[in-house]
Design a protein around this ligand. Structure first.
Ligand SMILES: NC(=O)c1ccc[n+]([C@@H]2O[C@H](COP(=O)([O-])OP(=O)(O)OC[C@H]3O[C@@H](n4cnc5c(N)ncnc54)[C@H](OP(=O)(O)O)[C@@H]3O)[C@@H](O)[C@H]2O)c1
Length: 351
């Protein structure tokens, strides 16, 4: 398994991270025994990076992890969790207040039977808590030794830049990672989020890298996904925008390329994401070792340049304004120079 540094931090993580949202999930997940098998297979393949959240399977994912991590080399693993989602109906059991962040972190540590977490992430933005309060609370977790690094997930680009500016002004720990939805079909983060993370020295971790299973090819020719599968269960977020003609044509191309190179479509789809060094790691979700195997292969196998280019071109992302304006104004004004543009900020692709 190949590893990458998490943004500008010194933390080395596997480029395939084990997502544990299936652990203990009753409708589209797996039980503790299967979770143990997944963890064993992942570690045997050289993986060191495990992602969970208090939300997953209503805290059961963290509890299962607490049981199955027994006997593993804790110091060799990078364990990440998250807080933000409501844990019960009471007003302070959610969001990013100092009270909730500290309580949520302590509860996660207890469930996972850990003294510290390597990466603690906010699962989304809290519109009611000042970012200064949130960053101060996260920094306290770092200085108290409960957490080594902090990260965010699902924030707007301006929010993560503002949060890190607050951290820098006050000498707090900054976010070293952003966890976002990204796959061959949903490429939204290329426009603002990835350039913001690169600017901030943050690594990008990708959730739903298989578009909830669509990119495995198993829904080709299927009109209505079957209940009890990940794809069906996240319909409100993804399905409507995923199943359209062009997306299915892209899945066909992934499958064709997979045949051509003798790999699974899963390996091809994940390797396409990992071709970009701004992306640190893809979060592999699976309910069995058989499902996980082709994702693990993407930890080693690199997609050839020409096939990467074919896939990138198949369903290009419309970046909209201000990218359209940049295509004309920025390119004509700043690239007609003899200087090599080695200091340029990263913009979304302009061609
Ligand atoms: N930060 C966030 O907001 C956020 C949100 C979502 C997820 N996450 C993280 O990202 C991880 C992955 O997310 P995801 O589950 O949406 O990822 P995904 O890679 O898009 O989908 C994974 C699902 O695809 C199916 N699958 C995987 N490999 C397969 C194979 N070889 N053959 C057939 N089907 C296969 C399985 O579902 P079925 O068997 O049910 O089809 C599996 O659960 C999660 O575990 C979690 O750690 C984070």
């Amino acid at each position: 398994m190949k590893h990458r540094y998490l943004g500008n931090s010194g933390l080395a993580v596997s480029r395939v991270c084990l997502g544990t949202m299936t652990f203990g999930n009753q409708s589209w997940g797996c039980n503790e025994k299967a979770s143990q098998e997944l963890l064993d297979a992942y570690i045997d393949a050289g993986g060191n990076f495990i992602d969970t959240a208090d939300l997953y399977a209503e805290t059961e994912s963290e509890s299962i992890l607490g049981n199955i991590l027994k006997g593993k080399r804790r110091d060799e693993l990078v364990i990440a969790s998250k807080c933000w989602f409501p844990m019960n109906e009471t007003p302070n059991a959610r969001g990013l207040s100092r009270k909730h962040i500290v309580e949520a972190c302590e509860a996660s540590l207890k469930r996972m039977k850990l003294d510290y977490m390597d990466l603690y992430q906010i699962h989304g933005p809290d519109p009611y808590t000042p970012i200064e309060e949130t960053m101060s609370a996260l920094n306290d977790l770092v200085t108290s030794g409960k957490v080594r690094y902090i990260g965010c997930s699902n924030l707007y680009a301006w929010q993560l830049v503002k949060a890190n500016a607050v951290a820098q002004q006050r000498n707090y720990a900054p976010f070293v990672s952003g966890q976002y939805l990204y796959n061959l079909i949903r490429r939204d983060i290329e426009t603002e989020i990835v350039p913001a993370c690169v600017d901030q020295g943050m690594g990008v971790l990708c959730w739903s890298p298989l578009a909830s299973g669509l990119l495995t090819g198993k829904y080709r020719g299927v009109e209505v996904p079957v209940p009890g599968l990940r794809f069906k269960e996240v319909g409100h977020i993804l399905n409507d925008r995923l199943i359209w003609k062009e997306a299915l044509e892209l899945v066909d191309l992934v499958c064709e390329i997979a045949d051509q190179v003798g790999k699974s479509p899963v390996t091809v789809a994940l390797s396409w994401i990992l071709k970009d060094y701004a992306i640190t790691s893809v979060l592999a979700g699976a309910r069995s070792v058989e499902q996980l195997a082709p994702s693990l292969e993407a930890g080693e196998w690199d997609l050839p340049d020409d096939l990467h280019a074919q896939l990138t071109a198949k369903l290009p992302r419309e970046h909209g304004y201000p990218c359209d304006w940049m295509k004309v104004a920025l390119v004509s004004n700043f690239t007609k120079t003899e200087l090599e543009p080695n200091r340029a900020q990263r913009f979304p692709p302009l061609s």
